[in-house]
Design a protein around this ligand. Structure first.
Ligand code: SF4
Ligand code: SF4
Length: 135
């Protein structure tokens, strides 16, 4: 099981960069290939707006003490939880949540409670423990 389209990872997005810093990445040449899409489609929202949309997720970042910046994506349809840019979404979205790495040990935000990848991660952990691995 993978993405079950719960929509949680698209509801509110958090970045360490401001919109201005993102624009600088685009101008400097983006090696990952997501910055141009992000600069076009992710729009800054206030902490209050982020809290209203996804309280548990936003609050965890506010509690961290780091100056995170909240965004929403204009390609997310909250009525259906679908991505309107599925075919052209950037790597930051299409490679989520493991980004090519081993799912075991990778961070998946606890607010994504029903994410299908969590079940995949839990199953892998259980399997490796059964095989005697320390995970
Ligand atoms: S582009 Fe699609 S997958 Fe990426 S944040 Fe927007 S709605 Fe979500
Ligand atoms: S949180 Fe997981 S299941 Fe939900 S939309 Fe994102 S990838 Fe899909």
């Amino acid at each position: 099981m993978s993405c079950n389209q719960c929509g949680d990872c698209c509801r509110v997005i958090v970045l360490s960069r401001t919109p201005e810093q993102l624009a600088e990445v685009v101008v400097a040449g983006d090696t990952v290939g997501s910055a141009a899409f992000i600069a076009q489609h992710w729009h800054p929202v206030s902490s209050e707006e982020a809290l209203a949309i996804f309280p548990e997720y936003a609050q965890s970042y506010l509690d961290s003490g780091h100056p995170w910046h909240f965004y929403t994506c204009d390609q997310f349809d909250p009525g259906t939880n679908r991505c309107l840019a599925h075919e052209t979404r950037p790597p930051v979205c299409s490679d989520f949540p493991w980004y090519g790495g081993d799912p075991v040990g990778r961070y998946l935000h606890p607010a994504y409670r029903t994410c299908g990848y969590r079940a995949e991660q839990d199953a892998l952990i259980a399997l490796r423990r059964k095989d005697g691995e320390e995970v």
